[in-house]
Design a protein around this ligand. Structure first.
Ligand SMILES: C=CC1=C(C)c2cc3[nH]c(cc4nc(cc5[nH]c(cc1n2)c(C)c5CCC(=O)O)C(CCC(=O)O)=C4C)c(C)c3C=C
Ligand SMILES: [Fe+2]
Ligand SMILES: [Fe+2]
Length: 347
């Protein structure tokens, strides 16, 4: 029997250093997130980052925590429950990190008789630190505990016309009544090195965009290429002008160079350039989370206004909107009936 496995990133169990520490430990010890050799990763993560970050992160989580729990988890659960009403297949939700494990979600599907699974990583774009690590983890669990289960993965849907439409329409709703003069597309950043590592040709990606008009298999796994495609397509759908839109990257950790331009620098640049009313959208995330609610909606607003901006609005992610659930329901139901995935990767 067919079933659907939704996977998102995960959150700590509570916004306290006691719960944030093991969550960050699992997250940052993932070799696809901090991709240093294990001995070095251990020193970096356990010897340095985890000495101070859990307290700082817990304070940030406390600012956005809901009565029902972490926004990312609550929203993902609401999305899952709505999807269940729109498909005959069993649907289960797991998280890559934390206590809501992928293994438990796979067990839930198995207990319902599912042996043919559509895996949906809840990320529009491919990065080894998001999409790829989910796929690898699911395949590891399959090998270890569910050998009879067939796994098919929904590809990154960053440029699927139905995704672009539902995202653009939700942005249009968010912009209504807000007299903006610029729209910033802020995506989660990744180290530039990860782009090179994910380039199967080893020579295509130049990290400055000059490669992106040349068709290449590299684009199937190039996070930078994919996010710029999303920006371009949403910009076209909404009829925004070239100088009304820009793309930037948030949430970097110290160390190696990450994808540029950095969102916090963009706030300053845009304010200094006279863009006084800024709308910010965060399309790397399908659900609101720490990185959107705290870093962008709270900290970002402060940074932009301090730099001379006058008005600022973060537009919510797709979350559990009926329109987004309907798009996902169509994709999974099409797979159920035809075995075909109408979500093609790019070249
Ligand atoms: C778009 C998907 C994501 C990518 C790609 C990604 C890469 C990435 N992240 C870190 C480090 C951290 N990210 C943190 C939070 C966080 N990251 C994503 C998504 C992607 N990360 C989400 C949805 C969240 C929010 C989770 C929530 O509970 O709301 C954090 C934890 C918070 C903090 O301490 O700041 C860290 C750390 C790296 C290093 C990385 C790529 C190498
Ligand atoms: Fe992250
Ligand atoms: Fe490219």
């Amino acid at each position: 029997m067919k079933g659907v496995l939704l996977v998102n990133l995960g959150s700590p169990d509570s916004p306290t250093p006691k719960d944030v520490k093991p969550y960050l430990d699992e997250f940052l010890m993932d070799e696809r997130v901090i991709d240093a050799p294990k001995w070095l990763r251990t020193i970096l993560v356990r010897g340095i980052i985890l000495q101070t970050r859990p307290k700082k992160s817990a304070e940030a989580y406390a600012k956005i925590w809901w009565e029902e729990g972490s926004p990312l988890i609550v929203i993902s659960e609401r999305f899952t429950n709505k999807l269940k009403t729109q498909t005959e297949m069993p649907v289960a939700l797991g998280m890559r990190y934390g206590t809501m494990t992928i293994k438990n979600a796979m067990q839930e599907l198995k207990d319902k008789g599912v042996d043919d699974v559509l895996l949906v990583p809840l990320y529009p774009h491919y990065a080894m630190s998001s999409f790829e690590t989910v796929v690898v983890k699911v395949l590891e669990e399959q090998k270890a505990s569910f050998p009879g289960m067939k796994i098919t993965t929904l590809p990154a849907f960053y440029k699927h016309p139905e995704f672009i439409k539902v995202l653009s329409e939700s942005i249009k709703d968010g912009l209504e009544g807000f007299d903006y003069d610029h729209v910033l597309f802020s995506y989660h950043g990744i180290p530039e090195r990860h782009i090179r590592k994910n380039d199967p040709t080893s020579f295509h990606c130049k990290i400055d965009g000059t490669c992106c008009n040349v068709n290449s298999v590299a684009h199937n796994t190039c996070y930078r290429h994919q996010v710029y495609d999303t920006t371009k397509m949403v910009k076209e759908y909404l009829g925004l002008k070239e100088d009304q839109v820009s793309t930037s990257f948030q949430s970097r950790l110290a160390g190696d160079p990450w994808l540029k331009p950095y969102t916090d620098y963009e706030f300053e640049r845009l304010a200094k350039e006279g863009k006084k009313k800024l709308a910010v959208i965060t399309p790397a995330f399908v659900s609101d989370c720490l990185e959107t609610l705290e870093e962008i909606a709270m900290e970002g607003k402060e940074q932009f206004l301090e730099a001379g901006g006058e008005d600022y609005k973060h537009i919510s992610c797709l979350n559990d909107s009926d329109a987004w659930v309907k798009v996902m329901a169509k994709w999974v139901n099409d797979w159920q009936t035809t075995d075909v995935l109408d979500v093609v990767p790019s070249t």
